[in-house]
Ligand binder design. Structure first.
Ligand code: NAD
Ligand code: MG
Length: 395
């Protein structure tokens, strides 16, 4: 199978290459992208010898080309958004790992869908922003969409065989998404005002990029995943529930009409869902250790506290509102998370900024990519303007 890996230098990208390297007879890397991590990308190119590598800027392209020349690596270097779209839709590519973080991944991921590829979807923001448009492109081009997000991968594995998007016909009552609750599940509420970016990105169970780690701390990550589950499985908002499960061993569950509940379990390591989606419908070694249930001892569950995690509620609100709301929510969240990471917004300000943005941007229906991009722009503009009011005065 010939692969393009978008976001190869990130947490998911590196885990993907780890799985790929275990099966050299099975996978061939055709193209890689990394935004600014030129050294990491150069090392990946010299190991996997793709025909093409993409970086963000012309300057980084020159740096990468110079590094590749030194090691005699025959990889062509391109840069910019158009080049990402190009490597996502190359005719010789069978599968595209969509692992760019945030809205920046939308257009290349959509290009892979329109080109009818097997899409391994990690970039949940693309589906949150553009659900209807994205799923329409998948359907029209006959693309195969396989979820990498551990929860959705678990739901995919627990759904009826050949599930075609009809919960009632499949006898499915509810989709249950598990959530660890992140690093602040038990922190006294009054202390949340003072938490630092370093505390927020220190996830108890998973090692991930900085943006998704903050999303896990606010539980916006679970909110985005509720919206993602809606589009992937055609599940209405009131049939998607979130359960806090601090050990992150059960990755999610499907509740059937007859009372059966099916789940997928495993050690918290993204190489499992990555290997699952790479090889589906077959199974391959991922490098993940076998689960030792007796060593884990206990699995616990609790209901999410919406006072502590207002972002979860905001995501349900955006999903129910339809139209542009989820794209606005995602845009405001990206602005809020980066302001928090820059020390400009206190942690509880993330939810406040998103709620205020949703209140200000007028509701609109969205029918195409331009509509999605307009909603994203409006969300960013309004959130940026409001930030001046909610951010720390000292900056
Ligand atoms: P990361 O920050 O570690 O890596 C992000 C990748 O995107 C890097 O390769 C970076 O070069 C690239 N990138 C960043 N900005 C870009 C831009 N403007 N244009 C082009 N490329 C850009 O992130 P990650 O943790 O690997 O997450 C990637 C995606 O996978 C996210 O959407 C995240 O929600 C999702 N995801 C991650 C995990 C995880 O365990 N890390 C789990 C589930 C879902
Ligand atoms: Mg997840």
């Amino acid at each position: 199978m010939k692969l393009t890996i978008l976001g190869a230098t990130g947490s998911i990208g590196v885990s993907t290459l780890d799985v790929v390297a275990r099966h050299p007879d099975r996978f061939e890397v055709v193209a890689l992208s990394g935004h600014r991590q030129v050294e990491v990308l150069a090392a990946q190119c010299s190991k996997f010898r793709p025909s093409c590598a993409v970086v963000g800027s012309g300057e980084d392209a020159k740096r990468l080309a110079a590094l590749l020349k030194k090691t005699g690596t025959p990889t062509e270097v391109l840069h910019g958004e158009q080049a990402l779209i190009q490597i996502a839709s190359l005719p010789e590519v069978d599968a595209v790992m969509a692992a760019i973080v945030g809205a920046a991944g939308l257009q290349p991921t959509l290009a892979a869908a329109s080109a009818g590829k097997r899409i391994l979807l990690a970039n949940k923001e693309a589906l949150v922003m553009a659900g209807a448009v994205f799923m329409g492109a998948v359907r029209r081009a006959g693309a195969l969409l396989l979820p990498i997000d551990s929860e959705h991968n678990a739901v995919f594995q627990s759904m009826p065989h050949n599930y075609a998007g009809d919960m009632t016909r499949g006898g499915v009552r509810r989709v249950l998404l598990t959530a660890s609750g992140g690093p602040f599940r038990c922190t006294p509420l009054e202390q949340l005002l003072g938490v630092t970016p370093e505390q927020a990105v220190a996830h108890p169970n998973w090692s991930m990029g900085r943006k998704i780690s903050v999303d896990s701390a606010t539980m916006m990550n679970k909110g985005l995943e509720v919206i993602e589950a809606h589009w992937l499985f055609n599940a209405p908002a009131d049939r998607i529930e979130v359960v806090i499960h601090p050990q992150s061993v059960i990755h999610s569950l499907v509740d059937y009409e007859d009372g059966s509940v099916l789940a997928q379990l495993g050690n918290p390591d993204m190489r499992t869902p990555i290997a699952h989606a790479l090889a589906w419908p077959e199974r391959i070694d991922s490098g993940v250790a076998a689960l030792d249930l007796c060593a884990i001892g206990q699995l616990n569950f609790e209901r999410p506290d919406l006072e502590r995690f207002p972002c979860l509620e905001l995501a349900y609100r955006a999903l129910r509102a339809e139209g542009n709301a989820a794209a606005v929510l995602n845009a405001a969240n990206e602005i809020a998370v980066s302001a928090f990471l820059d020390g400009y917004l206190p942690f509880p300000g993330i939810g406040d900024l998103i709620a205020a943005t949703l209140d200000v941007v007028p509701q609109a229906s969205v029918s195409d990519l331009d509509g999605v991009l307009e909603a994203d722009r409006q969300g960013r503009d309004v959130a940026t303007a409001l930030l001046k009011r909610l951010g720390k005065p000292s900056g």
